[in-house]
Design a protein around this ligand. Structure first.
Ligand code: PFF
Length: 453
């Protein structure tokens, strides 16, 4: 692996954690998690979600990190090196990253527009939820505004990725992740102190198992994968930049903890505010773009809180679009022998175009359907329900059954070795060989419409 010696690496352990956590923490934690939890029994869902993270998400992240760190290659190149016959997993990962970017850029663009409008304060001055709903619908169906913001987001992502792994991606994560935590803590403390906020806390943290169904378990599983960014090679790509001293186990554990902490804090920020305003919590995806702006409108200093909240979303979205972009750029750069600049330019042009079409599919191109869905919904459906669980399943089977036990052990316990004496290693092997593939197969079949429960 001669060329790996010329490859960039992250500065060290903390950088590795911050960059990978930046890839994982995103709109999935702050925009999606609270409403999914709200729809599925609050605290009970949280408990199931944490179990999914521990027994499925964490082992899979360790598996992806091991592949990346062992090979120092992009998602496709890694499998070329380990076993060419499994390269399909890498190609699927690159494809999934492109498709996810297609709709993720659109939602990211909405957050940017809302941030700017909160700042210029005309958003917050509107008072009723009806007016906010109307504003939101008019914006997402507008013929050019959401396209403009999605393109702006693609351009910002492009700029950071072209600056390079160290100067661009690592530096951005080191600035943005601490800011993200700061804003999240400030907002959740403020929200919990609102009158009546305690009711929201109770709703979020008290388990109500009567609302839990088999499908909530599958929802928790899908949410945990999406939130941790696993199943599509992003974590393989990032781990290929780890230094030899970076521990896979510790990094995976820290990234998983941080990602879960952000989802938890997002719940602590959103539910008290929603209850304090006397609004139904199960408000679906519109929770963030309709319910919350309504609540900000009725608060003292609403403009300020609203700006900080949407800035938080912009940061979370940007660290994730960078990770998706890098997965594609690293592939093009290394496998197609392009310069980093050319590889990033191809990725940006293509995904920005896809994003523009996905955005228009909610408005002027609404008639244009794929299997009955708009392009925006089709991209979300195909990636979340098919490509991610399938990618996760195949990565597990590869690491559990194809990769030699000693090779994984040497990745996980380098440089001290001694995997055979560690109970944690046996548990990891059991999870990736048996438990994870079976559960993921069930999830995959269920997503394809084979109702199993
Ligand atoms: N984990 C991101 C989120 O929670 O928003 C979404 C995501 C990013 C999924 C990168 C997959 C990925 F490769």
């Amino acid at each position: 692996m001669k060329e790996s010696q010329h490859r960039a690496t992250f500065g060290g352990r903390i950088s590795a954690v911050l960059v990978a956590a930046g890839g994982a923490v995103g709109l999935g934690n702050i925009w999606r998690f609270p409403y999914v939890a709200g729809d599925n029994g609050g605290g009970a869902f949280l408990l199931i979600y944490i179990l999914c993270i521990l027994f499925l998400g964490l082992p899979l992240m360790i598996a992806e990190f091991s592949i990346g760190k062992a090979t120092h290659r992009n998602a496709v190149g890694a499998f070329h090196l380990l076993d060419r016959r499994w390269s399909g997993i890498g190609y699927m990962g690159v494809l999934s990253s492109v498709l996810i970017l297609g709709f993720y850029l659109v939602v990211a663009g909405w957050t940017a527009e809302y941030m700017i409008h909160s700042f210029t304060s005309d958003l917050v001055r509107q008072t009723s939820a009806e007016v906010h709903r109307h504003t939101f619908e008019a914006f997402i169906t507008h013929p050019w505004k959401p396209v403009f913001y999605a393109t702006l987001f693609a351009a910002a992502t492009h700029l950071i990725v072209t600056l390079g792994v160290k100067e661009g991606i690592e530096r951005a994560a080191k600035v943005m992740m601490p800011l993200l935590f700061l804003f999240l803590i400030v907002l959740s403390v403020h929200s919990m102190l609102l009158p009546g906020g305690i009711e929201g806390l109770r709703f979020f943290l008290t388990p109500d198992f009567s609302k839990v169904t088999a499908s909530s378990v599958l929802t928790a599983l899908g949410q945990s994968f999406f939130s941790l960014s696993i199943g599509l090679g992003t974590m393989i790509t990032y781990a290929s930049y780890f230094t030899p001293e970076t521990s896979i186990r510790h990094t995976a554990l820290h990234v998983t903890l941080l990602d879960t902490l952000v989802a938890l804090l997002a719940g602590l920020m959103i539910f008290p505010a929603v209850f304090s305003a006397g609004i139904e919590p199960a408000a679906g995806p519109s929770l963030v773009f309709i319910t919350l702006p309504t609540i900000f409108g009725s608060m003292p200093l609403g403009e300020l809180w609203s700006t900080i909240f949407f800035l938080l979303l912009v940061i979370a979205a940007l660290t994730s679009t960078i990770s998706l972009h890098e997965t594609v750029t690293a592939y093009l750069q290394e496998e197609w022998a392009l310069s980093r600049f050319a590889a990033a330019r191809c990725t940006t042009l293509f995904t920005a175009l896809l994003g523009a079409l996905a955005s228009l599919s909610l408005g002027v191109l609404q008639e244009w359907r794929i299997g009955g869905l708009t392009l925006f919904d089709a991209l979300d459906f195909v990636t979340a329900n098919i490509l991610l669980p399938l990618g996760g399943l195949l990565i597990c089977v590869f690491v559990g059954w194809r990769w030699k036990r000693d090779e994984i052990a040497s990745q996980l316990y380098a440089p001290t070795g001694g995997a055979h004496r560690r109970p944690g290693f046996s548990i990891f092997r059991f999870l990736v060989r048996y438990f994870c593939p079976v559960v993921m197969l069930l999830l995959f079949l269920d997503n394809l419409g084979w109702k199993l429960f």
